[in-house]
Design a protein around this ligand. Structure first.
Ligand code: GLP
Length: 244
């Protein structure tokens, strides 16, 4: 695992967008899995801009949505689906065969998980995973205690996730479960970027980078990934010991 520090959110996002765009140039059939949320917002905007301005062929990429709140309509502006659809899939005019998002309204959620696992396997795994980190150290909806060997799964959300998650919605939401890609896929991904910005993420970044590797603090799994890169701005890095 490596760590890269940036002066601010803009620089961090610019770097992540360029890394992905250049990887698509090198491998037009790139499989990209990404989180939604506040952190990757600017990265996606810059990525779309770069692909269009530089006319980088993205007609063969595959996109995979990392997670979703169970029970939400895709039209809910706080859903991950809405984010992916409006920020990436529509602007890049991806064809239906080019992406897969969890259907969090499906009657059979286990089947949704199997569908996702099969899709990933059929694509020979994920090339780049771009994830954020929750205030409890979760990645996607891999909550504290979730096994590092999980494939896609449905999980009961913990209290921190349910309360912090309110920020995505215009009115109070009853949040119960999440559906997410599991850590087995993360460990198998060829490259993983974990991004964090702002002083509110400083504590969880310190634990991710310097704490013990444990399922009780999910993001610590990054220490196990040879091609894992933590991208942080100065504020999120503010509690790290000087040696990084
Ligand atoms: C959310 C999502 C994650 C996301 C994380 C951080 O609940 N399940 O995929 O990366 O929490 O979100 P944010 O970037 O808004 O801080």
């Amino acid at each position: 695992m490596k760590l890269k520090r940036f002066k601010n959110y803009q620089e961090l996002s610019g770097f992540a967008a360029s890394e992905i765009a250049n990887s698509i140039k090198d491998k037009p059939s790139l499989v990209l899995c990404m989180a939604s949320g506040e952190t990757p917002k600017l990265t996606v905007e810059l990525l779309v801009k770069k692909l269009k301005e530089e006319k980088i062929d993205h007609s063969r990429i595959t996109f995979i949505g990392l997670d979703e709140w169970v029970g939400l309509l895709p039209s809910n502006t706080g859903s991950c689906h809405y984010f992916f659809q409006h920020k990436l899939i529509a602007p890049l005019q991806l064809k239906a065969s080019q992406y897969l998002l969890f259907d969090a309204l499906a009657d059979d959620l286990n089947n949704e998980c199997e569908k996702m696992d099969t899709f990933i396997n059929d694509k020979d795994g994920i090339d780049i995973m771009l994830v954020g980190i929750g205030m409890n150290g979760h990645i996607g909806f891999n909550e504290p205690g979730a096994s590092f060997s999980n494939l896609s799964h449905v999980i009961e959300l913990d209290e921190i996730t349910k309360s912090v998650g309110q920020k995505y919605f215009t009115e109070k939401m009853e949040l119960g479960k999440g559906i997410t890609i599991g850590f087995k896929h993360l460990l198998n991904a060829k490259k993983v970027f974990l991004m964090a910005n702002g002083s509110k993420k400083a504590e969880v970044i310190k634990k991710t980078v310097e704490g013990p590797v444990t399922e009780n603090f999910p993001a610590s799994i990054m220490q196990r990934h040879e091609n894992g890169v933590i991208l942080v701005d100065d504020e999120a890095a503010s509690l790290l010991s000087k040696s990084h």
